[in-house]
Design a protein around this ligand. Structure first.
Ligand SMILES: Nc1nc2c(ncn2[C@@H]2O[C@H](COP(=O)(O)OP(=O)(O)O)[C@@H](O)[C@H]2O)c(=O)[nH]1
Ligand SMILES: [Mg+2]
Length: 226
């Protein structure tokens, strides 16, 4: 807790906040999502990108989001409430993964439409976390998603790309993947992430925390430039 360790103190706060995550509701379809006043952070990405694992790691809850070896399983939107003392100050939305080859074409198209609708019309959407496998980088479907949210990003929607499974890359491969995706993401925030090695976990937690609590001064100037 000394001034020489500002990042750790800040990360502790952010991780403590994320740890409060609790299941709120699940919606099989967009129209079943409750209208909410509280800021929403959506997690999106291809099936198998490591989304469930990432949510579980950030919230430090092993079974919050269902992590599965069978991709393409999660078909509904799951919401989790965040906030201390039972007060909800944000909601995490776990969106269905896309691009899984074995899903029938009709179901695929339906879900692409649902995703686009959600990203365009969800009023309380404050931020999007896009996960992609660091070995694959941004794929065509990720690009489509970026296009869909671009107008909202220009209007202040926060946006972070997490390059997952970073433990599968060596240093130079990681640096290369990072710089390519930084270019593709048009200057948006991009970072490496590994649930396995706990790489980038604190950094991602801090980013989410600052999105929702911009008014609270931070001990980490890098995470909250003023
Ligand atoms: N090596 C490694 N594997 C991971 C990591 N995160 C997830 N995985 C694996 O990737 C697969 C898909 O993960 P999951 O979270 O279910 O992906 P989702 O479909 O995007 O929700 C699982 O076998 C995970 O164990 C990571 O940081 N490192
Ligand atoms: Mg999943």
């Amino acid at each position: 807790m000394t001034p020489t360790e500002p990042v750790r103190v800040d990360a502790k706060l952010a991780l403590g906040w994320l740890h409060t995550a609790r299941f709120l509701t699940t919606a099989p379809q967009l129209e079943h999502l409750p209208a909410l006043d509280v800021a929403e952070i959506a997690f999106v990405g291809r099936s198998n990108a490591g989304k469930s694992t990432c949510i579980n790691t950030l919230t430090q809850q092993n079974r919050l989001a269902f992590a599965s070896k069978t991709p393409g399983r999660t078909q509904s939107i799951n919401l989790f409430s965040l906030g201390k003392q039972g007060l909800t100050d944000a909601v995490l939305a776990d969106l269905p993964g896309y691009g899984y080859a074995a899903v029938p074409k009709q179901a695929k198209l339906r879900w692409q439409r649902v995703m686009a609708n959600y990203l365009v019309s969800r009023e309380n959407l404050r931020a999007v976390v896009l996960l992609c496998d660091a070995r694959l980088g941004l794929t065509e479907l990720d690009d489509i998603l970026l296009e869909v949210i671009r107008p909202r990003v220009e209007q202040g929607l926060h946006f972070l790309v997490l390059l997952t499974k970073a433990d599968k890359l060596n240093r130079s491969e990681a640096a290369r993947a990072l710089s390519i995706v930084q270019l593709q993401a048009g200057g948006g925030q991009v970072q490496m992430f590994s649930a396995l090695k706990r790489q980038g976990v604190e950094q991602a937690a801090q980013t989410l925390w600052h999105w929702i609590h911009p008014q609270i001064p931070t001990a980490n100037p890098a995470a909250n430039p003023t």
